[in-house]
Each structure stands twice: as structure tokens, then as C-alpha cells.
Design a protein around this ligand. Sequence first.
Ligand code: SAH
Length: 385
Amino acid sequence: MEQTVVVNRKGAERWRRGHPWIYRSDVASGAAEAGVVRVEDGRGAPLGMAFYSPPSLISVRMLTGDVRPIDLDFWRERLGAALAYRRTLAPDANAYRLVHGEADGIPSLIVDRYGDQLSVQLLSAGLETCRDEVVRVLVELLEPRGILARNDVAVRRYERLPQDVEVLHGEVPDRLEVREGRVRYLVDLAEGQKTGAFLDQRENRMLAARLSRGRALDCFAYHGSFALHLALGADEVIAVDSSAPALERARANAEMNGYAHVRTREANAFDFLRAAEAAGDLYDLVVVDPPAFAKDKRSVDAALRGYKELNLRAMRILAPGGHLLTFSCSHHVSEERFDAMLRDAAADAGRPLRRLGVLQQAPDHPILMQVPETLYLKGALIQAP
Ligand code: SAH
């Protein structure tokens, strides 16, 4: 018999409205240990089953609206549904997200597929107690050659979990090749950013490939995943990043694809854009995909000033007809504030600019409307007439 956790009216109401997180302050009485628990409201009415993390600010993560065992059948059902959704998407790539936490009804679990490998993150103490079942069902459903846990993530601290990288199943190679549309790039599962690469930008990279021509600029290029797509249509691509090892891999990736017209520049993107503007350089396509500048709520204003400066300069160096694809992956920057920042930059840019589209994370990273936190990658497609 599992433990029971009682939540107050506010906590219960949140779940009734479809949000699975119940904060520690809304837990009336809790169990002592992390695990799977039964959740009740103050009158003893059952609310469902949940992951429970006593030390975490998000103590309860609801899994179901009914009381049922969280057993292998549960995992087969939930993981099976997540996989069935990805089959309907049929991404034109061999790397994509299979499970996006809350948005797939499995709070705190991330599963990314890289060919015949899986890279996973277990981000709560409650989920951690189900690790064996999750691995077993993933193996059953997908038969991967290897499963790597990229649990070297800061949020695990709030769950009092160790931050480490661990092979959970089979064999995991040092490097593997990802195919994405018409390009290929190498990913280091154990060392690469996130679970190995930025899969959330896949559809935006394919859009960039369709738009690219003439001179193209990829700011914050990392291992060149945008730059490679830009190379499909452009005569010349410049990939800017402040990390020498990232650019080394970008060059190796360009070579692997046979693209001699991708050049790398090790520079601070702020400086690069300032210099480009001062020199009067123009580009037919610019990508601005910075790291998350806002690490917490307090740094949002400073982050927005940074985003504005980048976007203002990028808007000014667009050739006539040129496109800008610009992004923010900061969880703490809302769609509204991102939008306001872009309008502010446009107002200062001194030229008309058209907004052609709203961009967001690829649909294999679904956004659950009841859980605003599942939307984190915001973007826009802008054109200079
Ligand atoms: N566009 C990439 C992901 C970018 S990740 C993709 O789709 O795969 C962010 C990158 O920004 C990292 O490679 C990091 O090295 C780089 N970076 C961080 N600060 C920077 C700065 N001030 N100037 C240039 N690059 C920076």
C-alpha cells in the first residue's frame, strides 16, 4: 500500500484545472519518503496518483486522476501514448524527443532518441524511484542499443539527487551521427549540451534551410546545426560562437557534409554584430539563437536588454529582403515579453520590418496548454522589406 499525501484546496484546484504541480506550501500532510503516492484532498476525496519529492518546492507531481497502481502496465500505457504521438509527427530526422515531461503526462521525465540510442533525464526524486520500470518499458517498446542518463542537470539539486551521467542499458558510443533533413552532424551523447544536441530547433533549422540564400550568418552556432542547414541555400555561411571546441566540431560537421562555404568565427556574438553593423556588412539571413540569458526571475530585465541589443543589431544588418530567425530559450522570459522586446528593437532599428511568423519549439516537444512551463522556446521570423 502506498503512502498518502493530503493537499489543500488550492493544490487540489490546480490539478482540477490540469496543472500537475502541487507546491510544498499546498501540502497539508505528507509522507516521509520520495516515491509514488496516493493524493487526497482535505476531506479525504482521492485526487489520483503522483510522484512525491519531500525536499522539493514542487513536492507533488500528479500522474493520474484516479487511484491505480503505477506499475509496468501504467508505464506501457503512458510511454506507448508518447511514442504513438511521435509516430503521427514522423519527423524527417533520426533524432527527436520521445517524452517531454509534463506535456506527455510524465512529469520530470525527458527521453530523446538519437538513432538507436536513447538519452534520458530523470528530474525528480519521485520519478527516480521508478527508474527500473521506466528503463525496462523503454527497452521493451523501443529496443535501443543503449540508454544514457544525462542526469548532470542543476535542477536535480532541488530534489537532493546526485548530478551524474550513467549508462542505464546496453552500450553507448562516444559519438554518433544524427541525420536531420538533408544534413548530418555528429553528437556526443555524454558531453553535448542538453541530452546531446538542441533537438527543439529542428523544424526551425529546416525552415532556415528553405529561406537561405546569398550570405548567411549563424550567431551562437554551437556545433553548427543551423549553419549546416543554411549552407544548403547560401553561397557563404559564417558561424559565430565564443567556444573554440564547439566551432571545431562545427568545422568537422561542415566537412562531413562536404560544405566548403561554411566559415567559423570565434567571437562574442555581441561584438561580432556590433562590428558588422559598424562596417556596413549585410546578410540575406541571420540566425540569433543565444543560450538562456535569464537563469531566474530576477535576471529577466537584464536578459531582455541583452536580447534587445542582439536583435536590434541583427535587424540593422539585414540586406533588402533578408530574413532574421530569432529565439529565446529562457524559461523565465514569457512570450509577451519576448514579443515586446522585439517590437522595441524594431522601433529603434530605423527601418520597416515585417513579422512573417511566430516560431516555437518543434512539436515533438509539445506544449501542454494547461502547463505554461512546457513552452520555453520562443521565436520569430522577421523580414526587412
Ligand atoms: N544554435 C545552436 C544552439 C546554440 S547554444 C543549435 O541549434 O544547435 C548556445 C551557444 O552560444 C553555445 O554554443 C555557446 O558556446 C554560445 N555562446 C554563449 N555566449 C556567447 C556569446 N556571448 N557569443 C557567442 N557565442 C556564445
